[in-house]
Design a protein around this ligand. Structure first.
Ligand SMILES: [Zn+2]
Length: 449
């Protein structure tokens, strides 16, 4: 029997079983070997002197040290096989990277950071960063645009932030929408090719035309619904389908684009429990990547690692992007997500000191302390509540604990051994330590006075 009886996702480039994979990449040495085979298929070649003689460092198996060649006999330069890949500069063992990439590539729905953290025994933050680094490498900047027959459409992903008003009437309960444009290659009557997705600002021609131009080759036959924004797309013959007059419903006329959007939304809810607006581009890229490479395992792994791509190093800050500039642009949204008590404190401090809200938010504790020291009367007049302000959550006054037993046990009853080591009683920590609850704050105020 040559043909599989049941449908299979992997026809040619089938992934190994988990058991086999872990067996193959059981330590960093094996992982580095894989990377070096990709980089130097015919064996090590020094990029500095061209020598083929090298040693591997035992403690850092991803480093090759040149043994010197004819041009430069003294060349002892070290070459790292993880340079230029997503793993550059990592502190994690390479086998954890390999296992994470295997899980990400073989599950059709991917894996969330919450799930991954126990699988490879790292913290949530590490797992989150690792997954985002893998996502970074998924997009090839030089990828070929779609061509042939392409269906284009757009959809809205609803979301609601904490504190947003519910919409009045109608079935939609959300105030905000993220617009996503999609394009899909259709082949023949039933076949489907590659896809593209991108976040767009809205459904106007200013948003949609750049998406279509960037993702389709000139001469592509486009098929869309009646939205007027598509009229301005240049150099691409356009077929418009009036779905209101069509005898068939939209999900049959535009089958694949509907499958695409429906799968995207289910994937967002199922795997990640919804998208955040901030990182939606990374998730859209991941979805496109999964779709376009769903039948090949090896190239998926290599692409995610960034083998042969010479990626620039990526840091946590690059991905999170919470630079001062970003915070300034989004200060309203950031404040909206904060507890009302914190908003009140920030508002009062901004009014008192005349500095920016971002500055106050970045060093909230420092500014509160400063006010307390410089102007206690003003501090008391604001009557701030610190409940729900995480910066002050762990600021409690702990009593000094007495040790449970004396340093030297008495040898006979009544004897007290003097050790001669006296500790100066430390100065009270007030007013640096602000209490969180109003009850203890009263006592502090008395103590301070
Ligand atoms: Zn060399």
């Amino acid at each position: 029997m040559t043909e599989a009886l049941f449908p299979t996702r992997w026809k040619h480039d089938k992934p190994p079983s988990l058991e086999k994979f872990v067996d193959t990449f059981h330590d960093d040495y094996a992982c580095a070997e894989y990377l070096s085979n990709k980089r130097w298929p015919g064996g090590f070649v020094c990029p500095h002197c061209g020598s083929r003689k090298a040693w591997r460092l035992e403690t850092r198996p991803w480093l090759w040290q040149c043994g010197g060649g004819e041009k430069d006999p003294g060349c002892r330069k070290q070459t790292s096989v993880i340079a230029g890949t997503v793993m550059q500069g990592t502190h994690l063992p390479l086998r954890k990277w390999f296992l994470a990439a295997y899980l990400m590539a073989t599950h059709s729905n991917g894996i969330s950071a919450l799930q991954l953290q126990t699988k490879i025994d790292v913290t949530y933050k590490t797992a989150w960063l690792l997954l985002h680094k893998l996502r970074r490498a998924m997009v090839n900047p030089n990828r070929a645009p779609l061509e042939g027959n392409v269906d284009v459409d757009e959809t809205a992903i609803p979301y609601r932030r904490d504190g947003d008003e519910l919409k009045k009437g109608g079935g939609s309960s959300t105030a905000n929408q993220i617009w996503v444009a999609g394009a899909v290659e259709t082949i023949g009557r039933f076949g489907v090719g590659r896809i593209r997705l991108a976040r767009i600002a809205n459904r106007s021609a200013d948003s949609i035309v750049p998406f279509v131009v960037a993702n389709t080759a000139p001469g592509t036959h486009l098929r869309t619904d009646e939205l007027a924004s598509y009229n301005k797309v240049p150099d691409r013959p356009l077929t418009k389908v009036n779905l209101k007059r069509s005898p068939l419903p939209a999900h049959i006329v535009f089958k694949w684009i509907h499958v695409l959007f429906a799968n995207l939304k289910r994937w967002a809810l199922g795997t990640y429990h919804g998208f955040r607006e901030k990182h939606i581009d990374a998730y859209l890229n991941e979805f496109v990547f999964r779709w376009n490479r769903r039948r090949s395992f090896g190239s998926t792994m290599d692409r995610m690692f960034g083998i042969g791509q010479r990626l620039a190093p990526i840091t946590y800050r690059d991905i999170v992007g919470d630079t001062k500039r970003w915070k300034q642009d989004h200060i309203e949204e950031i404040l909206k997500m904060c507890h009302p008590n914190k908003r009140q404190i920030v508002r009062d401090l901004v009014a008192y000191y005349r500095v920016s809200r971002v500055e106050i938010m970045d060093n909230l504790v420092w500014w509160v302390d400063r006010l307390y020291e410089e102007d206690p009367a003003a501090y008391r007049s604001f009557q701030w509540e610190f409940d729900g302000v995480p910066e002050f959550a762990d600021r409690r006054i702990y009593k000094r604990r007495k040790s449970g037993r004396p340093v030297l046990t008495p040898r006979r009853p009544g004897e007290v051994k003097m050790t001669g080591r006296r500790y100066r009683k430390p100065d009270p920590l007030l007013p640096r330590m602000l209490p969180p609850s109003p009850v203890s704050r009263g006592s502090v105020a008395i103590a301070a006075e």
